[in-house]
Ligand binder design. Structure first.
Ligand code: SAM
Length: 236
């Protein structure tokens, strides 16, 4: 998959995505990450990318023209353009699964007070990573690119790693344990030591249901199905 970030601060996206599994996915060619900086598309001495908002108010607004040119540099036929904004639709696993099917994603990262609104119609999707305000879209791009990259077939070496995990089946995942069997007096649940596949499956299912009911009652399977349908609608 090809991903481009339109950003004034490419390092903020590049660095966190150079480590661990995503870093390896880049080295192995599963993810090709590129950048387009609006500052490279300015024509004044100061390379100005922002200006005061019309109508007054605090902060600066990213100007449309440098952003537009930076976007045009990377946009191709078939690209999916995603504007990162706290005003967007909430990102979740269902949206990540839809985005993982795309060939080319472009993320527009706002900064300061945000971007000139006339850029918004160029986006196929306005996406928020949660109900809070970041200083810029770069950390949001990192979150979305990370979540999408691990869904690209081949990135996780165990192909079922994303099948039974939290959100995918409509439930939170059951807890995990590793050696030692007894840690500071705390024992690993007997079912997991039994070697009985059915018993382990049942135990995991029960713990997953219990955990979901306690922490995320909104994630019952029918709600998850609705979310998936909604994600499809967002992108079609
Ligand atoms: N003035 C804007 C408002 O009240 O909606 C907030 C602008 S924010 C300080 C600057 C940039 O950070 C935004 O243009 C957006 O790209 C990014 N951003 C902030 N919070 C975000 C979130 N929750 N999800 C995605 N992007 C976010």
């Amino acid at each position: 998959m090809r991903v481009d970030a339109v950003t004034l601060f490419p390092e903020m996206v590049d660095r966190p995505l150079s480590e661990s599994i995503v870093g390896r996915a880049r080295e192995e060619g599963y993810l090709k990450l590129g950048f387009s900086n609006p500052r490279d598309f300015t024509d004044d001495r100061h390379r100005t990318v922002d200006d005061k908002p019309y109508g007054g108010g605090t902060g600066m607004v990213m100007m449309a023209e440098p952003l537009y040119k930076a976007l045009l540099k990377v946009r191709k036929k078939g690209s999916t353009v995603i504007l990162l904004t706290p005003k967007g639709r909430r990102f979740d696993q269902a949206v990540a699964l839809e985005l993982a099917k795309k060939k080319h994603l472009i993320f527009i990262c706002g900064h300061y007070e945000g971007i000139d609104e006339r850029i918004t119609p160029l986006a196929d999707l306005e996406l928020s990573i949660g109900d809070y305000v970041l200083t810029g879209g770069e950390p949001a791009a990192v979150v979305v690119i990370d979540a999408v990259t691990r869904l690209i077939p081949g990135v996780l070496k165990k192909s079922d790693a994303t099948v039974n995990e939290t959100f995918t089946g409509g439930l939170l995942e059951a807890p995990h344990y590793t050696r030692p069997g007894v840690w500071r007096g705390k024992q690993v649940p007997q079912a997991l030591l039994s070697g009985n596949h059915k018993l382990i499956q049942d135990w995991r299912r029960e713990r997953a249901e219990e955990l979901t009911g306690r922490n995320r009652p909104d994630l019952a399977p029918p709600a998850a199905a609705k979310k998936k349908a909604r994600a499809k609608k967002i992108l079609s």
